[in-house]
Design a protein around this ligand. Structure first.
Ligand SMILES: *[C@@H]1O[C@H](CO)[C@@H](O)[C@H](O)[C@H]1NC(C)=O
Length: 313
């Protein structure tokens, strides 16, 4: 049923958020402040960890990587969303769309793998404390971070290439605020998207479920080893570091599970957009606060950096 003389779309239109026109300004201000908070909060974490040599431990280096990933993750979608809310022209080129999708998948995946690495780091620190420094060498840390990058890159490259072979000639209105893979696939009715859907299911499943299981196993080990310790002070210390990790983990996976596992209502597009908003805006914004507000070392580092600045002024 393929027409010979199809015109391919060279650009897409992002329909954006389902916000009534009279509230556009309000939401623009809200998203702009959320985005700026994300940038500022994560930058502060990266700079603090760079500056304070007490924080040059695997846990904080991973945290700094997570902050970098958060920063990039929200920068993939937010600037374009903010620009579209201000202008009448909400188009995005075909190449721009694929690029946005690639980086969205890349940093989304990186986020998940870094959470796994951080959970493993806490597992070694708490369950094998005597071997911590020998296991968590700088070399292993680098390898783990590199591996996270490579897996995320391969994963998003595969999705992007699979999407790039499709020709979009039926519809170019994306019912989303960024070039989301499933929103793009909804533009096609043809039968050759089966392989894309299959890959989303298989790869998406693997990159979500395996990290989830690894993280759960790490924390189960941690909790069972905590239960053997009787000192309340040690337990409190462990909970203060792992609590923040678990909050980030629940926030991220809570959103993902809410998106994929909850029975979808009629207005599933709206639900998807709200969930995507949670993932791309709210989680990266809250991560720095969850870590630094609960963490004494981070607070001390902040105070010492600010104090030094004051003296030099
Ligand atoms: C990421 O982690 C690696 C390995 O621990 C570290 O060398 C690097 O400085 C970190 N990157 C950032 C941006 O913090």
């Amino acid at each position: 049923m393929k027409k010979n003389n199809q015109t391919l779309f060279s650009q897409f239109l992002l329909l954006g958020l389902p916000i009534p026109a009279e509230h556009q300004e309000l939401f623009f201000a809200l998203f702009l402040s959320m985005y700026l908070t994300t940038i500022l909060g994560n930058l502060i974490i990266i700079i603090l960890i760079r500056l304070d040599s007490h924080l040059h431990t695997p846990m904080y280096l991973f945290l700094s990587n997570l902050s970098f990933s958060d920063l990039c993750f929200s920068s993939v979608t937010m600037p374009k969303l903010l620009q579209n809310m201000q202008s009448q022209d909400t188009s995005i080129t075909y190449a721009g769309c694929l690029t946005q999708m690639y980086f969205f998948d890349l940093f989304g995946g990186l986020e998940i793998f870094l959470l796994v690495v951080m959970a493993y780091d806490r597992y070694v620190a708490i369950c094998l404390p005597l071997h911590y420094t020998s296991i968590m060498s700088l070399k292993l840390c680098l390898c783990l971070v590199l591996l996270s990058w490579v897996i995320s890159m391969l994963n998003s490259m595969l999705h992007t290439l699979l999407l790039a072979r499709l020709s979009f000639c039926e519809d170019n209105m994306i019912r989303h605020f960024f070039c989301d893979m499933s929103a793009l696939l909804k533009l096609l009715s043809s039968s050759n998207i089966h392989i894309n859907e299959l890959m989303i299911l298989v790869l998406g499943g693997l990159t979500m479920v395996i990290p989830f299981l690894l993280i759960v196993v790490s924390y189960v080990q941690i909790v069972s080893s905590i239960l053997n310790i009787s000192s309340a002070r040690v337990i409190q210390k462990i909970f203060s570091t792992c609590g923040s990790h678990l909050s980030v983990f629940s926030l991220f996976y809570g959103t993902i599970f809410g998106l994929y596992l909850c029975p979808s209502a009629n207005n599933s597009t709206v639900k998807e957009i709200v969930m995507a908003m949670m993932c791309t805006v709210v989680t990266p914004m809250l991560n720095p606060f969850i870590y630094s507000l609960r963490n004494r070392n981070m607070k001390e580092a902040l105070i010492s950096v600010l104090f030094k600045k004051k003296i030099s002024l």
